[in-house]
Design a protein around this ligand. Sequence first.
Ligand code: SAH
Length: 194
Amino acid sequence: MTPLIAKTILIVGAIAWFVIRWPHQRRSWKTPVSKNQRTTREKLLLLSNFMGLGVIPFTYAFTGFPRFADYPFNPALALVGAVIMAASLLLFHRVHRELGRNWSDSLQLRETHTLVTHGLYTYVRHPMYSAFFMWGLAQLFLLPNWIAGPAGLVGFAILFGFRVGREERMMEETFGDQYREYMKRTPRIIPWVY
Ligand code: SAH
């Protein structure tokens, strides 16, 4: 493992992520929305995620900026990062399939929305957010830079922190006791822990 391979893995991972998401994105444009909370605040949160997992690491991978924040590359750590990246993509793919037409990149409910509690949703309420945290962790291990490395985790943590409570309230308002029961028996993003 070399720094160049590590950067390449990150770029290929981001492209794979896009390829996995694209058909769902297209389908979601065609699926009517019944409740929309895609506010300016939500758009800013999406931007924070895009900066942390996209703009900052891509700039680093292609230009080396910000070079002053570099630290020595550790091949073993980068290998761990590569494994986490692969796991995150697998998870991402499966979650998209399980969530199906209920998926949105923001806080939205579809006209035909159903509550998903099977598959990965048996273990955690937000497996897609688990996958994003794993991607951020992979980036941390793959990029030997104190800014570009943790940027993904920070960017996504901001989105998660400001969104998840609202998302759960929206689900509770829509699905009532069914969602409250689901919350009681299912942790948020780490099975058996949180
Ligand atoms: N937080 C989930 C879903 C992310 S996509 C996860 O991490 O896996 C965001 C949209 O998914 C929200 O707008 C909400 O409408 C929908 N959603 C969240 N949890 C859901 C569930 N258990 N079943 C169906 N839709 C859900």
